[in-house]
Design a protein around this ligand. Structure first.
Ligand code: F6R
Length: 366
């Protein structure tokens, strides 16, 4: 059942080229620059006229929501708020009939996310779901939705469900952009053409197994780690930190790289691994100066870089290369080495990778 892999988590990491492809089947038409999402097309008018979109989720699904915020605001120009479901539901939130609420949940059973959906529904919002488990509770509560079709995720740490959620959010961002006319047709064609090829690039990103295993052997005795990213790389840093802490029990924090100097920089010394998302995109130069700040304090830098990079290579202690693609696709590619890094680190520390202590696959209590 593990298809020859030692753990479900490793199997699910390697399944991602396929799960991402399944998540796009019948939904994107690159040549026409068109996205079709059957489960939400009834709400096209609502999406066209929405004042804002509120995303509610927990954990890794909340990180996918942050990626969605970036993509929807960038391409569809609708304001997006991303909320922890557990905070949203207890806050007497302001919701109107012109709001769209998107609930993201792999299991479709997370108690806080369900309660947030019920609350928003009572207050008249249109509720859409992004879930993986077909027929679970959240899809039954929502007005419409888009399944991720990642297949069963057994490892407690979410991997392929996250990249499928991000794939769905990318499709929703481009669908709403198409509805609202916020992107030139040529740009839609270009982005959808790259999206279609993402499974091949993810396949390439998976080649870092050896590199991540070596880096894991170098950081396995750390007690703390920091993950830094900017822009769309920030939620990737949060997700990298969550993966590491939940399966290896190394305390890890994700930070927006520029926030480091407002506090966390005090933690940096030669013992501290600092994982930096340093790919070549709009924040590349800024990230390089953040790397220099870490280096000046003797932090050990592990950088995720674009294939062929030389500038970061000269500064970092370890680099992991991922293929080049438009910035929109950074989360789908940069998350892969972070999943593998956590996996190998946890393994070397003798941890139970598939069933970390104190965690359950779905959190049905509030
Ligand atoms: C982390 C993880 C959890 C879940 C969270 C939400 O790897 O698995 O943080 O993401 O409990 O679960 P779902 O998506 O099922 O609502």
């Amino acid at each position: 059942e593990k298809a020859g892999y030692d753990h479900f988590m490793l199997k699910e990491i390697h399944e991602q080229p396929r799960s991402i492809r399944d998540c796009m089947r019948g939904r994107i038409y690159p040549q026409e620059g068109m996205v079709q999402l059957g489960g939400i097309k009834e709400y096209a008018e609502k999406l066209r006229n929405a004042d804002r979109i509120i995303i509610v989720a927990c954990g890794t699904s909340w990180h996918a929501g942050l990626v969605g915020e970036y993509l929807i605001e960038e391409y569809a120009r609708v304001p997006v708020g991303v909320e922890y479901a557990s905070e949203f539901r207890y806050r007497n939130p302001i919701i109107t009939e012109r709001d769209i609420v998107i609930a993201i949940s792999q299991s479709g059973e997370t108690a806080d996310t369900m309660a947030a959906v019920e609350l928003a529904k009572e207050r008249g919002a249109t509720i859409l779901g992004i879930c993986n488990v077909v027929g679970s509770s959240i899809p039954r509560l929502t007005h419409g939705g888009v399944y991720t079709h990642a297949g069963p995720e057994i490892g407690v740490a979410s991997t392929k469900a996250f990249t499928a959620q991000v794939t769905v959010l990318t499709q929703i961002a481009l669908y709403v952009a198409q509805l609202r006319g916020t992107l030139p047709q040529s740009k839609l064609v270009e982005l959808l053409t790259t999206l279609q090829d993402i499974p091949l690039l993810v396949e390439k990103a998976l080649n870092c197994d050896e590199a991540t295993r070596y880096i894991a052997s170098e950081i396995k005795d750390a007690t703390n780690a920091i993950f830094l990213g900017r822009g769309i790389g920030f939620p990737v840093a949060l997700e990298g930190a969550l993966k590491l802490k939940e399966i290896s029990y190394i305390h890890a924090e994700g930070y927006p790289a520029a926030e480091m100097k407002h506090g966390p920089i005090a933690l940096i010394d030669e013992e501290m691994p600092v994982v930096v998302i340093a790919t070549q995109n709009s924040s590349y130069e800024k990230v390089i100066s953040n790397i220099q700040e870490v280096k000046a304090r003797k932090g050990r830098i592990i950088a995720i870089v674009t294939e062929g990079d030389t500038a970061v290579k000269g500064l970092a202690d370890y680099v992991i290369e991922i293929p080049h693609a438009d910035e929109a696709f950074l989360p789908l590619l940069a998350t892969i080495p972070l999943q593998l890094l956590s996996y190998h680190t946890a393994l070397l520390r003798g941890c139970n990778v598939d069933q970390p202590r104190n965690l359950a696959k779905s959190v049905t209590v509030e």
